[in-house]
Design a protein around this ligand. Structure first.
Ligand SMILES: [Zn+2]
Length: 365
């Protein structure tokens, strides 16, 4: 198996177009054409993880965080990033980072946190726009069903929990091919009128090439007329953070105890308790203080994240409880998530979880 087989599969799970523009996800060292000898999954690709990969004869590290984040202008080993890159390159270790692509899907980093807390009725806390487009094409009546089915099979027509969503309206199309054409109906050089259906289907931007190929293959016309329109709608399953419900309301201190236990925390930093029962929970793995206002607007009782700054805690203002459980702690189960995704696909291949706890933060209790 090539490194490419694994990276392409991961791109299907979490497409590159979902990467935030400040991010540097993807293959950071190594080459997609290499044969893969094994995969190690970790949250951070530190030098210790690279050494572990060498020892365990795995030449691909699938990490959550990108070890190269800003630019690298010199690689002399003067800091931990450069040291890690040097060790990886010297030993032919490929490093792939998935990062914000995995934040922006509902079953990614945040879905895993929601699993750990048993949340139901899940939705993206802040859905993204610019992720949806509409395809409009014009089909002869008899071929409409076939073309629609081809678009659905390529991933078009999903809205929330509904699939195969489309709209068709009847009309009349006209065309005149020149002498060199071979029209499906009508004659070259003569204007032809044909009863057609206008088919409209919504699709996520990253499926555009697939959907166009499928539609063109199913369409009988020599020249197919179609429009692709960018939409401003928000995609409910794509975006930042997650909001969901506990199956039953519980007391705030009981919820904190569950949180502490599920994430094996020694301490939770949180704002004043409100005295209300807890049911609606917002969350975002990693540094999620940018979503505090979205969590408040969703009427959540709690917002769980990491890396909250002193002044940001004030934003809770009695409306909900902000709980900072630590950046690493909030994302620790991403290792299991990536492991399970890869293990399921590459059943008979060496996929390992790192044995190294890469959290640089310690607590003195
Ligand atoms: Zn993170």
């Amino acid at each position: 198996m090539k490194i490419q087989d694994i990276t392409s599969f991961l791109e299907k799970i979490a497409p590159t177009s979902l990467q935030e523009n400040y991010d540097n996800a993807g293959l950071l060292t190594g080459n997609n054409n290499w044969d893969c000898t094994g995969i190690i999954v970790s949250l951070d690709a530190t030098e210790d993880v690279v050494k572990e990969a060498i020892e365990k004869k795995c030449n691909l590290i699938v990490a959550h965080h990108p070890i190269i984040f800003g630019g690298l202008k010199k690689i002399t080993g003067k800091n931990y990033v450069e040291q890690t890159i040097i060790t990886a390159i010297k030993n032919d270790i490929a490093i792939y980072a998935i990062h914000t692509k995995l934040y922006n899907i509902i079953n990614g980093v945040n879905g895993k946190i929601a699993d750990m807390l048993g949340l139901i009725n899940r939705q993206i806390l802040q859905p993204k726009n610019n992720t949806l487009k509409k395809l409009i094409t014009f089909a002869p009546v008899a071929e409409t069903k076939k073309i629609r089915s081809a678009i659905f099979a390529a991933g078009g027509g999903h809205i929330g929990n509904y699939s195969e969503c489309s709209f068709s309206s009847e009309g009349e199309g006209t065309f005149k091919g020149d002498a060199g054409t071979n029209p499906y109906v009508g004659k070259p050089g003569e204007r032809h009128s044909e009863k057609e259906n206008k088919i409209e289907v919504i699709f996520p931007t990253w499926l555009e090439a697939n959907i166009l190929t499928a539609m063109l293959k199913a369409h009988p016309y020599e020249e197919v007329a179609y429009d692709i329109i960018a939409l401003d709608n928000k995609y409910q399953n794509i975006g930042s953070g997650l909001v969901g419900d506990l199956p039953k309301p519980i007391a705030e201190t009981d919820f904190l105890a569950i949180l502490k236990q599920s994430f094996q925390l020694s301490v939770i930093k949180h704002t004043a308790l409100t005295g209300k029962m807890v049911q609606k929970i917002s969350l975002c793995g990693g540094a999620g203080s940018f979503l505090i206002n979205a969590a408040i607007a969703s009427n959540s009782d709690f917002y769980i994240t990491g890396d909250v700054k002193y002044h940001e805690f004030f934003d809770a203002n009695g409306k909900l409880v902000i709980a900072d459980i630590g950046h690493y702690e909030s994302e620790q189960f991403t290792i299991d998530l990536l492991f399970d995704i890869l293990r399921e696909k590459f059943l008979n291949f060496a996929v390992l979880k790192t044995g190294i706890k890469t959290n640089p933060v310690r607590y003195f209790l």
